[in-house]
Ligand binder design. Sequence first.
Ligand code: GDP
Length: 618
Amino acid sequence: MPQNQKRHSNNNNNNNNHKKRPDLRKQVVPKKPKIEGPKILIYRPDMSVADVAQGLSISNAVMIKKLMSQGLMATVTQVIDRDTIEVIALDEGFEVQDEVITDVTRFDEMEIVDDPKDLVKRPPIVTVMGHVDHGKTTLLDTIRKSRVVDGEAGGITQHIGAYQVERNGEKITFIDTPGHAAFTEMRARGAKVTDIVILVVGADDGVMPQTIEALDHAKAAKVPIVVAVNKIDRPSANPDRVMTELSERGLVPEAWGGDTPFVNVSALKNQGIDELLDVLQLMSEIQEFKANPKRLAKGTVIEASLDKGRGPVATLIVETGTLRITDYIVIGNTYGKIRTMSDDLGNRFDTAGPSQPVEVTGLNEVPQAGDIFMAFTDEKVTRNIASDRQSRQKETEQKQMKKRSLDSLFGQMEEETKELNIIIKGDVQGSIEALKGMLEKIDVNGFHVNIVRHSVGAITENDVSLASASDAILIGFNVRPTAAVKKVADNEGVEIRLYSIIYRIQEDIEAALKGMLEPEFEEIVTGQAEVRETYKISKIGTIAGCMVTDGVIKRDALVRILRDGIVVYEGKLASLKRFKDDAKEVRSGFDCGLSIENYNDLKIGDVIEASQLKEIEV
Ligand code: GDP
């Protein structure tokens, strides 16, 4: 595989360069504390109890006590929220301030501040959410088909995760993956790719659980909402009911004096779609979405996959700046040089401006949906930033691993929990998500699976080292490791399992979990013997001359000594002899001599009951 080989040699270059280049992280400049006034605690989103204690110059114990007084029971490694930190900081005479990031390797956390005169209008980015079956997919399809651009009619569109429509000379960008999962997942990763949410509600069905869920997500993200009351063509459609139900949840229609636009549509019959697009453009006008096209592009990955012919492909939405075909980009922790840029109609571009979605090729690895990217003009800089980010990710993961193993230790003290750590790599996001969902549901007598990492792409050395650190099994679904990676895995003792059928994975993992169960044993009594004589022998102890009265006594037996029906001792045989010779077993009707480990008080008449532990299948 020439591509993999190339990647490998790139990595080598990386390592060689690593020592010489300046440490970019040194450029992180926390905001200078003011000379006078309160002391400053610089806040970071991942601060643990211990980090805050250190920042406030108090001991962990004092910190934990303070948290307890706030009604919060926390461990030292636990991450705490900003509000709690502020209360405690205030108590200690500290003011909490956000960290100001100027380190370019942390571009994803950096806020870009532009000169207002460089800002120009950009198309709104719209996400469609709502209850299942209320028509999200149909609406996105109808809108996509509604665009009339030269030469486009009858053209084959391919799903790349986002598309644009043009109306009255202005564009609107739609994210072409309906549902909340994509929206919340991205938001959780810090990506803010949506300007407006279309909340689709079936006019015949009304507000349903996922409608409310979608509403909550949009509100939490402070994204304006347009309600598309869909299926208006149905005889049972009752748009007024939808308005009433949503008003009760704070979305008051404009028609009723509120500020939420409601548009009646039929996605299936293509009714009301123009009006909906008009409303989106009007909202965009009011909200004034702007960006600076004159800078290097920064944006978000909408979708990514490993294409058999083209290698890693990703759909990016440019948030600000202009992406050029000659650019180098860092995405997440990987990088590449843009080779091609195209839209869902297969149109090729040399540049992509703000809010424009493009599918790009030329990346070294498959990024994850929600990853932030940034463009650069210099290959070496790009490579160094990516490798810096990679090492930082490794560090964070190692920290998390430590934390996790501590957590699980605490967990085990409370209840014996056991988990099988798994890393999933696959060719498309969809199947990975499906697989993850399926594996997380597995429960074999309380034993379950913990997904340490799941991402699109080939199995890399990075995956192997995480697997090794977390004692995880690596699962490749339709992807394979290179020979070099396989070798590393062999050396590290990491198990890589390759599959192309999902349910096989489930079967195997269930079997593996069964294997993890502690074997259960059952005690089986094999025989009895009676003590007829006893001899005390110095250095050895008491030897009992016995008659096996029932079954068999084996040399490795566990024994119970019964005296008048009462158990006086439990232990192991120390020796078993027939005449002068060691015996493996003595059967019923035969004499034997035996001694018991650490027990010399045998008496004539004692009954020795021999038993053995047998593993039972669970
Ligand atoms: P999603 O789960 O929200 O993506 O819903 P879909 O777009 O898959 O639609 C669910 C079903 O509702 C499909 O059978 C659609 O044909 C149907 N549907 C969607 N929009 C309309 C509409 O405006 N009118 C009618 N009558 N049916 C619709």
